[in-house]
Design a binder for this molecule. Structure first.
Ligand SMILES: [Zn+2]
Length: 146
C-alpha cells in the first residue's frame, strides 16, 4: 500500500508540466535560448560548441534541467547541429511542423514544452532516427554513464 502511493506520487511528478510566463522565461534564458526554446527559432549551424562535444556525460534541457540525451546517443551528422539517434524515454513530445514546404516532426521537452529541434528518419542504426537539436537548448554535464 505504501509502495503503491509512492509510485503514484512519482508518476504525478513526472507528468507535471513546468509553466512560466513569457516574462519569466525571458528572465532565466538568454536571448538565443529564449528564441529557440520558446519561439521555435533555429540557431545557425556550426555555431554551438556542443556540436563538437565528444566527452562522456548527459545533455539536459536548458529550460527545466530534464535529462534528455547521453553522450552515447550522440553522433556526428555533419549538419552543424548536435545530433542524436536516441533520447532518454518519454522526455519529448512531438508535433507536425508545416513551416517548410514539406512537413517535419517538431519535438519539444515534455516537461517545460521548450522547443529543441526536429526529428528525422535518416539517422544511423539501430534506431535510424536523427534528433537534430539546437545546441543552445541543451546544457552538457560531464559525468560518468552507467
Ligand atoms: Zn525542458
Amino acid at each position: 500500500m505504501l509502495f503503491n502511493s509512492i509510485l503514484n506520487v512519482k508518476n504525478i511528478i513526472v507528468k507535471e508540466k513546468m509553466t512560466k510566463t513569457d516574462a519569466e522565461w525571458q528572465k532565466i534564458l538568454s536571448d538565443n535560448e529564449y528564441s529557440v526554446l520558446r519561439k521555435e527559432g533555429t540557431e545557425r549551424p556550426f555555431t554551438n560548441k556542443l556540436n563538437d562535444q565528444k566527452k562522456e556525460g548527459n545533455y539536459y534541457c536548458k529550460g527545466c534541467n530534464a535529462k534528455l540525451f547521453s553522450s552515447k546517443m550522440k553522433f556526428d551528422s555533419g549538419t552543424g547541429w548536435p545530433s542524436f539517434f536516441d533520447s532518454y524515454p518519454n522526455v519529448f513530445e512531438t508535433t507536425t511542423d508545416y513551416k517548410l514546404v514539406y512537413p517535419r516532426t517538431e519535438y519539444h521537452c515534455a516537461k517545460c514544452d521548450g522547443h529543441h529541434g526536429h526529428l528525422f528518419n535518416d539517422g544511423p542504426a539501430p534506431t535510424e532516427k536523427r534528433y537534430c537539436n539546437n545546441g543552445v537548448a541543451l546544457k552538457f554535464v560531464e559525468e560518468k554513464l552507467f
